[in-house]
Design a protein around this ligand. Sequence first.
Ligand code: NAP
Length: 406
Amino acid sequence: MKELSQYKKYKRIAVMGGSFNPIHNGHLVAAEAVRQEMDIERVIFIPAGSSPHKESDPMYNEHRYLMTVLATVTNPDFEVSRTEIDRMGKSYTIDTIRELRHKCSKDCEIYFITGADAIAEILTWKDPEELLSMCKFVAVTRPGYDKTKLKATIDTLNTKYKGNIEFLEIPALSISSTDIRNRVTAGKTIKYLVPESVENYILKFGLYGAGLSLSGTEYINKKLYSVLTPKRFRHTQGVAKEAVRLAERYGADTDKAYLAGLLHDCAKCYTDEEKLAMCRQYNVPLDDVLYAQPDLAHSFLGAALAKAVYGVKDEDIINAIAYHTTGRENMSLLEKIIYIADYIEPNREPFKGLEEIRELAYKDIDKAVEYSLKNTIDHNVNKKRMIHPLSITALEYYREGNNEKR
Ligand code: NAP
């Protein structure tokens, strides 16, 4: 949130809390209506972080934040805060309001605007009584909402818990995020339901299955583009093409090689915390080495995501993704192809031994694997990193096998 002094000048401030997955015109109309109705000077949109009440997908946190920024940027009275998105662990409203209270002047009135459903459950939130005493709540509802039940809930909260809750029906809230996600997945238009910038963002990054009607690899490329840095995306394209060349050379399935190459690094660009959280979410077992070096887990997490998110069913492709960093004994031909393609693809910055491996790769893939394993282990020893046991046993295995051939 902003520097202390910038909030001190306000007397009435509102937090607009929600998942905003995605933000839509109903949210914007609601925030603007409350701003005017309650004479609010500043509305701070706070996309919810890791919700205490549901499993959230860290992949979407940044997207939800950026879409909220795009949607609100033209309104001078609106701003967006990263406070819950950046908070480690579960995100509680009481912590957000305490933080804001600390930054505002003593006589500043704080409002919290959110959907009526959420407010009806406020007693299940953290420290509800303190929360109810710290700010005023505005429960915004969509037409057709059961107001009798809501009024009864609000009356109880206001009398028994000395809350200060009002509700406001917003016709534009007949738009809902769930409906927008479903429409996108079904390939239906969302024009005029969300700001144009948000619509373009959803399509550009293939959120909510946008573009599922595209061919499989077009869809995967769009999705990868949204989760990888440009450099990593370029590397991925290079690996996929190199894998196809190697598959042609050794008589492997070129389609499988292309797909495994495209997806091998699909989990690479998440932060270490996100990788660990996603490993828990997708039941990826972590041994001590992986736990200490979460970046190394990207290949095993990538294999889990390839299955769960990208719909890959072929076990050989899944294994090629899983073992592309550590290697392992007795790799399948596809596993060796992806391991080597990752090493030698044309966009790789030059390093010692690269040209030798490029040459070996097309002469004898097992020797190329041995050489690459040795090189990688030496490099990591120099960098004082832990070496995964899978790499050590893999090197022994290929060294012995190649010695027998020699
Ligand atoms: P949600 O899943 O996004 O929304 C629940 C319902 O309320 C949906 O129908 C949603 O419609 C609507 N809604 C949500 N935010 C809205 C808004 N600002 N304006 C209008 N409608 C809105 O929300 P949630 O996860 O329940 O969270 C809502 C807020 O409560 C968040 O700020 C969250 O952090 C807070 N919360 C705190 C705790 C806690 O501290 N323990 C627990 C639960 C919730 P759309 O889908 O169309 O948005």
